[in-house]
Structures are given as C-alpha cells and as structure tokens.
Design a protein around this ligand. Structure first.
Ligand code: CU
Length: 192
C-alpha cells in the first residue's frame, strides 16, 4: 500500500492492524466451525450406535377394531395412576378426536398414531411437536401453562387434503377438568 492511500488521522500501519484483526476473527470462526462439526459427528455416531430409548409398534390395520386406539378410548382420560393421557389417531385428512381437552399446569402425555400416511402435528405456539408414523405409537409429555385454545394443524404433507387437516386443543383449568372426569364422562370440548 502506498502512503497516499492512508486516510488522514489513521495509524500509519492500518493495513497491518486490519489484517491482524481479520486473522484473529478467521481463527475464532474456524474454531466455531470445528466445534459444530465435531458436535454433529459425535451426536450422529452416538445416536447411530444406540437404539432409541423406546420404540412402540402397533398394527395400523386394526387400530379401529381393537386395542388402545379404538374410538371409545380416544380423547383425554385420567389413568389409574393419576396420569393425564390424551390419545388420538391421525388419518387422511383429519384427527380423531377433532378437539382435545387438557388441563392446565399438569403434565399431559400424548399418545398418537396414524392409520395411513405419515402425519404430524404441532400445538399452537407451544413446543409440542410430533410425527405420527403408521405402525408406531408416538408419545410425549408436556405441560400447558395457560388456559385457552390452540390450533393443532398437521405439519407433514400427507396428500391433497393436507391443508384442511387440523384439530384444536382446549386447555381448561385443572379443577374444571377433574370435575368433568370425576363424573365419568369422556372429556370433550365445550363450544366457546
Ligand atoms: Cu397432513
């Protein structure tokens, strides 16, 4: 660089200073990239070497006829051990039930499966998000902090009716939920 290109007031070796700063930042970015790649390799190998913690299989051909996912057993119920369990089935192009009632401030275990194609759902803006694959039972436990209603759309493209495939999740107060389950009713949504 010739002296005429140095802006007025800049240190005489501004080019050298900039080059050193660039080298430092290139080094920092390089370390970050190496760390991320190492994490990907480590988790990829570790997960590939271990079986998933639990894989529950189910025959999708007779879901409606027998077992846990018959229609009368779908929806939310309280298990004998006190756990709240919401069961649902996805099929082209709807969820059964269409509206799921859950209590607020209580862990709720979702158990779902599919009769035909790969489906999935998310619940509103919560972090509940799962895929429903025929032949497997998907399960997760989550707690809804506030009462209210969430949309629950299918988020795996499953065919021409996919965009119309959604259900609702109604989160109600725990006492109201317990009162309704104590009456022995199958808990279903109330229109609001
Ligand atoms: Cu879908």
């Amino acid at each position: 660089m010739n002296a005429a290109a140095v802006p007025p007031g800049a240190p005489p070796d501004s080019h050298g200073v900039a080059a050193a700063a660039e080298r430092r930042w290139a080094f920092v970015v390089g370390i970050i990239i190496v760390l991320l790649v190492a994490m990907m390799i480590f988790t990829g190998l570790q997960w590939a070497a271990m079986p998933p913690s639990r894989v529950e299989t189910i025959d999708p051909r007779n879901l409606h006829v027998t077992g846990e996912f018959v229609e009368s057993n779908l929806g939310t119920s309280v298990a004998p051990d006190g756990r709240v369990i919401a069961r649902l089935v996805a099929q082209q192009y709807s969820f059964e039930p269409q509206c799921i009632v859950v209590p607020a401030e209580t862990p709720v275990t979702f158990r779902g499966t599919s009769t035909d194609a790969v489906h999935g759902f998310i619940v509103g803006t919560t972090n509940a998000n799962v895929m429903l694959v025929p032949g497997f039972v998907a399960t997760f436990t989550t707690t809804f902090r506030k009462t209210g209603e969430h949309l629950m759309p299918c988020h795996e493209y499953c065919g021409t009716g996919h965009e119309a495939m959604w259900a609702r999740v109604q989160v109600i107060a725990l006492d109201e939920f317990l009162t309704r389950t104590r009456r022995g009713e199958r808990v279903s949504c109330v229109s609001r």
